[in-house]
Write a protein that binds this ligand. Structure first.
Ligand SMILES: C=C(O[C@@H]1C=C(C(=O)O)C=C[C@H]1O)C(=O)O
Length: 361
């Protein structure tokens, strides 16, 4: 009896708290509407989406969080709150490397909220073209995976495109084995994107050593093929299973327990500093002895922390290279702007692809 009474009292307390949360959420939403009015009064073409401000809010909530909700849950909840407030200011549509059910879709929803409008397209190049043509303001493309390395197609697009990087998204990638039926031991073919096959290489060697591995254009395409084939399985995101009527017969089969993919948000926005930023550069140099050394020297001398370097052949001339560099900090920071000035004396091409907040979680 005492328990029943307690339970009822706790539920009444929850109802009262929900009433307060509801009022606070709507008060917050009204503030976002006021921000929109203030921005429009200053500039009729104002930009509403501010990735650096969102990153600061999420980082602040994580630092204040005393639990029992985990930082990850708090971040997820506040992302949805921010996305709903932003939707009152501007309805957004994001192009991503589709079709529905890909990890890029999952990354898009993680960053822009579950209710954002999306435009799935069938290649990385097409994501760039949709943004360039102004049919959408932003696009999401994969850039690197912790197991399989850089996605060269995305790097190559930056050589042709003037778009900028406005943000990054980091997604823990869990690979799932999906079939039409629960019984997967008899599977003779495994369809997936080559990246996913590579991320599950050892698991497949051990558990399905005789199945043929067939790379296809996306994991969603793999799921679609398997939806007509009893003898086959697909690898990919769990979101794909209900879309294509498949069962998840094994989950988290990626070989590397920290398997993570980094995605970029592309657009034409210049993002101001958030306090925890990354800058991506595209640099090319004359082919002469020590050319890479001369590119890196200005960074080292200005104390810039380089986190990544990739080289890609320039398509125009044989044996000339472009370098993609990631450095910690914002292009407005004194160390980076000093390094850029020195770099411009050394290199043929120095383009800042963007300064943007480091992925919050
Ligand atoms: C409200 C603003 O606009 C958008 C909505 C935000 C929010 O709801 O917190 C944060 C940044 C912007 O994407 C703002 O610029 O502060």
């Amino acid at each position: 009896m005492a328990d029943t009474f307690n339970l009822q009292a706790i539920r009444e307390r929850i109802d009262a708290l929900d009433t307060q949360i509801l009022a606070l959420l709507n008060e917050r939403a009204q503030c976002a509407e006021q921000v929109a009015h203030a921005k429009l009064a200053e500039d009729p073409n104002a930009t509403f989406y501010r990735p650096e401000r969102e990153a600061q809010i999420l980082a602040r909530m994580q630092s204040l969080n005393a639990g029992p909700l985990r930082d990850e849950q708090i971040t997820h909840l506040f992302r949805e709150v921010i996305a709903s407030c932003l939707a009152l200011e501007e309805s957004m549509r994001i192009a991503y490397l589709g079709p529905a059910g890909t990890f890029t879709q999952e990354a898009t929803f993680k960053h822009f909220g579950m209710n954002v409008g999306t435009l799935p397209v069938d290649s990385i190049g097409q994501v760039f073209r949709e943004v360039e043509a102004g049919r959408v303001r932003y696009g999401v493309v994969p850039i690197e995976n912790s197991t399989e390395g850089v996605i060269t197609h995305t790097l190559d697009m930056f050589m042709q495109s003037g778009l900028r990087i406005c943000g990054e998204i980091s997604l823990r990638i869990h690979q799932n084995l999906m079939c039409r039926h629960e019984n997967w031991q008899g599977v003779q073919k495994v369809y997936a994107h080559a990246q996913s096959l590579a991320q599950c290489r050892y698991w497949l060697d051990k558990h399905l050593p005789h199945a043929e591995r067939i790379p296809v254009s996306s994991n969603a395409e793999a799921a679609r093929l398997v939806s007509h084939d009893d003898g086959a399985a697909a690898l990919g995101s769990r979101q794909a299973a209900p879309i294509y009527g498949l069962h998840i017969v094994q989950d988290s089969i990626e070989d590397n327990p920290n398997n993570t993919t980094r995605f970029l948000v592309i657009g034409d926005q210049v993002v101001t500093p958030s306090g925890n930023d990354r800058t991506s550069l595209l640099v090319s140099t004359r082919n002469r002895p020590g050319s890479l050394y001369h590119l890196l020297k200005p960074l080292a001398e200005n104390g810039v922390d380089m986190t990544r370097i990739e080289s890609r052949p320039a398509r125009t001339t044989n044996w000339e290279y472009f370098f993609f560099l990631d450095v910690r900090g914002h292009e407005q920071d004194a160390d980076i702007s000093g390094a850029l000035a020195a770099l411009r004396d050394e290199a043929e091409v120095v383009r800042v692809l963007g300064s943007y907040p480091v992925a919050v979680m």
